[in-house]
Design a protein around this ligand. Structure first.
Ligand SMILES: *[C@@H]1O[C@H](CO)[C@@H](O)[C@H](O)[C@H]1NC(C)=O
Length: 359
C-alpha cells in the first residue's frame, strides 16, 4: 500500500537528485497546506496559478462528494499499467469507498483547452453499461487523475480465462455480449457526434457481481497527444483487436470499434486469446478471426466455440442454449471482424441481430 501522492512522485521523470529534493520540498509544503484547509489551498492556487498550472477538481454526477485531499491522500494499489498511465484501486478516506483512480502521465496528454473539453464531455456520459467518470483532478505540476467506480469482479479477459466455471454459461455469454453492444450503441449514436471508443478489448470491460458488463476507457485517446495515441493503437494491435485498415489512431471510427467488438465475441465463444503467440500447426493463425475463418473453411466446427457451452442449460427456457443460437452469434462475430469495413454491421444492426438471437 502506498500513497497515490507518493506514487505520482515516483513515476515522474525526475532524473537528478536535486529535482527530487526540490519536488519533495514542494510536496511537503503542499500537503501541509491541503491539511490546513481549503482557504490556504485557494491562496496557493492564486500564488502558483500564474506561472504553473491551476489546480482543479471537476466533479460529475455521482462524484459530488469528492475532495482534492480525498483523492490525493487515498491509499492506492496499482492494478494496471499502460504506456500513458497507471490505474490504482484506492480507498477514499472520507466516504470509505473504493474507487478506481486513473493517473495519466502529463507528457502523454493533449494540451490546452481541448483536454478539459473532452473531460467535460466524458464526464457527462451515463449508461448502465458504461463506466462513468466521477471526477477529474488536475494538479499544479500537470498531474491528471480521473476517478471512476471500482468493480470487484475485475475485467472480462480475466473472467473468460480464469476458469471459474461461469464463463462458459450461455446466459452469461449472451448477456455480456448484449451489454457491451448497448454501451457501444450509446457511444456511437447517443450524441451529436459519435464518440469512438478507440481501445475496445476484453480487458476494458469490467464486471460487477452479477456479471453485468461496464465498458471502460472509451474516448481516452481523445485525451492523449498524437504520439501517445499512436502507442495506444500499437498496444491494441499487439493484443489482436486492431482491424487491418486502421493505421493512425485519429482514423479510429465506428467500424474499427465494431471489429474490436467482434474479437471480444469470438473470445467469449471460444475462450481463446485474440492472439495465438505459439501456433502449433499450419491451421493455427496468429489472429483469432483468421484462425476462425480457417476453421470454417476446414469444417472444424469443434474449434468455433467451446463445447461446454452446450452443457450449460439450467432449465431456464428463455436463455436455453442451442447450437443454432451459438452459431448465429458466431456468424455475427465473424461479420463484425470482416477485413473489409464496408461489410461490418453498424451497432444498431448488431443489437437487432443480438436481440433476434435471444428470441
Ligand atoms: C507525447 O507523448 C509522448 C509519450 O507518449 C511524449 O514522449 C511526447 O513528448 C509527447 N509529445 C508532445 C508534443 O507533447
Amino acid at each position: 500500500m502506498m500513497n497515490t501522492h507518493m506514487l505520482i512522485l515516483v513515476l515522474g521523470p525526475t532524473s537528478t537528485a536535486l529535482l527530487v529534493v526540490l519536488i519533495l520540498v514542494i510536496l511537503f509544503y503542499r500537503k501541509r497546506t491541503v491539511k490546513n484547509g481549503r482557504e490556504d489551498m485557494e491562496n496557493m492556487d492564486r500564488k502558483y496559478g500564474v506561472e504553473a498550472q491551476i489546480e482543479e477538481l471537476i466533479t460529475f454526477h455521482g462524484g459530488q462528494d469528492l475532495t482534492i485531499s480525498d483523492i490525493l491522500d487515498a491509499p492506492g494499489e496499482v492494478v494496471g499499467k499502460s504506456t500513458y498511465g497507471t490505474l490504482y484501486k484506492a480507498l477514499m478516506q472520507q466516504s470509505t469507498t473504493l474507487r478506481l483512480l486513473r493517473f495519466l502521465r502529463p507528457v502523454c496528454c493533449a494540451r490546452g483547452e481541448e483536454f478539459v473539453d473532452v473531460i467535460r464531455l466524458l464526464g457527462c456520459i451515463r449508461h448502465p453499461n458504461l463506466v462513468p467518470l466521477l471526477g477529474f483532478y488536475g494538479g499544479l505540476r500537470g498531474e491528471k487523475l480521473l476517478v471512476h467506480p471500482f468493480y470487484r469482479r475485475g475485467n472480462l479477459a480475466e473472467f473468460i480465462r480464469d476458469g471459474n466455471g461461469d464463463s462458459h454459461k450461455w446466459a452469461n455469454i449472451y448477456s455480456i455480449s448484449i451489454g457491451i453492444a448497448k454501451g457501444l450503441e450509446h457511444l456511437h449514436t447517443g450524441f451529436q457526434k459519435p464518440i469512438i471508443h478507440g481501445n475496445l478489448k476484453s480487458k476494458n470491460v469490467l464486471l460487477d457481481c452479477n456479471y453485468q458488463p461496464y465498458v471502460s476507457d472509451f474516448g481516452l485517446h481523445l485525451l492523449l497527444n498524437a504520439t501517445a495515441g499512436q502507442e495506444m493503437l500499437e498496444t491494441l494491435a499487439s493484443e489482436g483487436y486492431k482491424p487491418p485498415e486502421l493505421i493512425k489512431m485519429r482514423d479510429a471510427s465506428e467500424e474499427t470499434d465494431i471489429y474490436s467488438f467482434g474479437v471480444i465475441l469470438l473470445e467469449l465463444l471460444s475462450g481463446k486469446e485474440p492472439i495465438n503467440e505459439n501456433p502449433t500447426s499450419e491451421e493455427d493463425d496468429f489472429f483469432l478471426p483468421n484462425f476462425m475463418r480457417n476453421a470454417v473453411l476446414g469444417h472444424r466446427i469443434g474449434d468455433l466455440f467451446r463445447p461446454d457451452i452446450l452443457l450449460s442449460n439450467n432449465n431456464d427456457d428463455e436463455n436455453r442454449v442451442t447450437e443454432e443460437r451459438i452459431l448465429k452469434l458466431f456468424q455475427l462475430a465473424m461479420t463484425c471482424c470482416s477485413p473489409s469495413h464496408f461489410v461490418r454491421p453498424n451497432i444498431k444492426q448488431v443489437l437487432w441481430k443480438l436481440e433476434d438471437i435471444g428470441k
